[in-house]
Design a protein around this ligand. Structure first.
Ligand code: SF4
Length: 489
């Protein structure tokens, strides 16, 4: 693991430079320091420096093995902060690219929502070729990723144009229980065998919060409902019936354009739960294999078989679900192109309506992070080749990409992409990514986002801990009510 010392002359764009350096050196330990304040750490393997003046940036990189490279870029008079940042990122990107010989698929873009860039250009009326030219010139995105981002932006825009983003809202409901906890999970879900006695009190608090949301949002149009978590189908059929009935009785669900239940883990899916979902207007479900390789499923703690995935899918189809998404993860321990292709082959045989590929992201709070030394011998590999295989497979199933986002510490510095057949695009996913509509969120750790008239975004967050959530439910309800009064006039 190389050690990098990153020295700044000013405290202005440290985070932007840090994340870009990290994209070139994902395994590195990076220490930042400031001229005149800190001393450089002992003997780093690589030294980098950013010197900033009013009219220029200088970036340097040197190591024990390689001669130093120093590059300068001028900053025209009166340049705004956002453009200064772009100039610096371009300088760091081109210098590191020259130094390492690496070109990153997303160029110097390090944010989690790269589609926002072509989307805002589309909204300004720019043509697709002009957007592509601009993205490649300013951000150095590869031809493939530029095309992908523009295709997604066009599809998102066409879908969003049909939705009342101004006065409408969507609803998220979190169920933080799962049959077991996956190795890479960072959602703070609870294993239901240990926390089973907490389900009822949790649901009672959740009902209170949902009834309150329904009351304060009365008269507004509801666009999407998304029940996620966790795994909502960890609830038994009666509990699921209780939750869906409460939603149906309190919210205007007949106008909803999409109602998703994340069925997620196949070991929680039963025929009676599927019938309950169907009876209450659920229009989209997700059955998530993550991989169709049993060895990997065992390794990541999923505790179900590939046969259970196939059985759950067949049951859902037989009952009448015509919009079923499947999630897979690229970069799972020990899996490379061959394993992902084997998974895709099995998925193609099932024929879902949507396929979402996540690139494994090593999150600080996951067991995988705590146990990293135990898994040191196992590779976590994602590549452009793997992502291409997924894209071809989605194409063979008649799907198009419709949403895309990136995460910190994402395998291969790549992305997560949602594909779906026409008419099956996950609209809630787009709303979350594009942040164009208010989302009211209920449940522990749920974050509500209020989109104000001038486009600004405000948030209120529920507490993460389920015991606290139950105890402090009134406080969270009050916080929401104040926020709605203040932000959604
Ligand atoms: S199914 Fe999802 S929420 Fe549940 S433990 Fe696995 S990653 Fe976490």
């Amino acid at each position: 693991m190389p050690e990098i010392a990153l020295l700044f002359s000013e405290k202005n764009f440290e985070y932007d430079v840090y994340t870009l350096v990290k994209a070139f050196y994902p395994q590195a330990e990076i220490q930042t320091c400031y001229e005149g304040e800190d001393s450089l750490p002992g003997e780093p393997d690589i030294r980098m420096g950013v010197r900033e003046t009013d009219d220029s940036f200088v970036f340097s990189v040197s190591s024990k093995e390689k001669e130093a490279l120093v590059r300068t870029k001028a900053v025209p008079d009166g340049t705004e902060r956002a453009d200064r940042k772009n100039i610096l990122k371009q300088l760091v990107y081109t210098t590191l690219s020259e130094y390492t010989g690496i070109e990153l698929p997303w160029g110097d873009l390090t944010g989690i929502r790269p589609v926002k860039i072509p989307m805002s250009m589309l909204e300004q009326g720019m043509s697709n070729p002009d957007i592509a030219k601009k993205m490649r010139e300013i951000y150095f995105t590869s031809a493939k990723k530029t095309a992908l981002a523009i295709a997604v932006a066009n599809r998102e825009k066409a879908l969003l144009d049909k939705i009342d983003t101004k006065d409408g809202y969507s609803l998220y409901v979190g169920i933080p229980f799962c049959p077991s906890i996956c190795l890479y999970c960072s959602f703070g879900s609870h294993p239901i065998d240990r926390f089973g006695k907490m389900v009822e009190p949790y649901l009672q608090a959740l009902y209170k919060e949902l009834e309150h949301i329904a009351a304060i949002m009365a008269g507004r149009k509801l666009t999407c409902i998304y029940i996620g978590g966790g795994t909502p189908t960890s609830l038994d059929a009666a509990q699921l019936e209780g939750l869906l009935s409460l939603i149906e009785n309190n919210f205007p669900i007949k106008d909803v354009v999409e109602f998703t239940v994340e069925a997620g883990r196949p070991d929680t899916i039963t025929e009676d739960k599927l019938y309950v979902c169907l009876a209450h207007g659920v229009s989209r479900i997700s059955i998530n294999p993550q991989t169709m390789n049993q060895k990997t499923l065992d390794l990541i703690g999923r505790k179900h078989t590939t046969e259970q995935i196939e059985t759950a899918f067949a049951q859902a189809r037989k009952i009448g679900f015509d919009n079923i998404n499947m999630d897979i993860i690229a970069g799972l321990p020990g899996e490379g192109t061959e394993e992902v292709r084997a998974t895709l082959e099995k998925i193609e045989k099932l024929g879902p309506d949507g396929l979402t590929v996540h690139s494994l992201a090593l999150k600080r709070s996951s067991r995988l992070n705590y146990l990293k030394d135990e898994y040191a011998g196992i590779s976590f590999h994602n590549s452009g080749e793997i992502m291409d295989s997924v894209q071809y497979s989605a194409g063979r199933m008649g799907m198009q990409p419709y949403y895309l986002y990136r995460q910190k510490n994402i395998a291969g510095n790549l992305e997560n992409v949602g594909y779906a057949r026409e008419g099956c695009f996950g609209i809630y996913n787009i709303l979350i990514m594009e942040e164009k509509q208010t989302i009211m969120a209920a449940g522990s750790a749920a974050i509500s986002k209020y989109i104000m008239d001038d486009g600004r975004i405000e948030r209120t967050a529920n507490v993460k801990d389920i015991y606290n959530y139950i105890e402090r439910i009134d406080e969270m309800i009050e916080k929401k009510e104040t926020a709605v009064r203040e932000y959604l006039k």
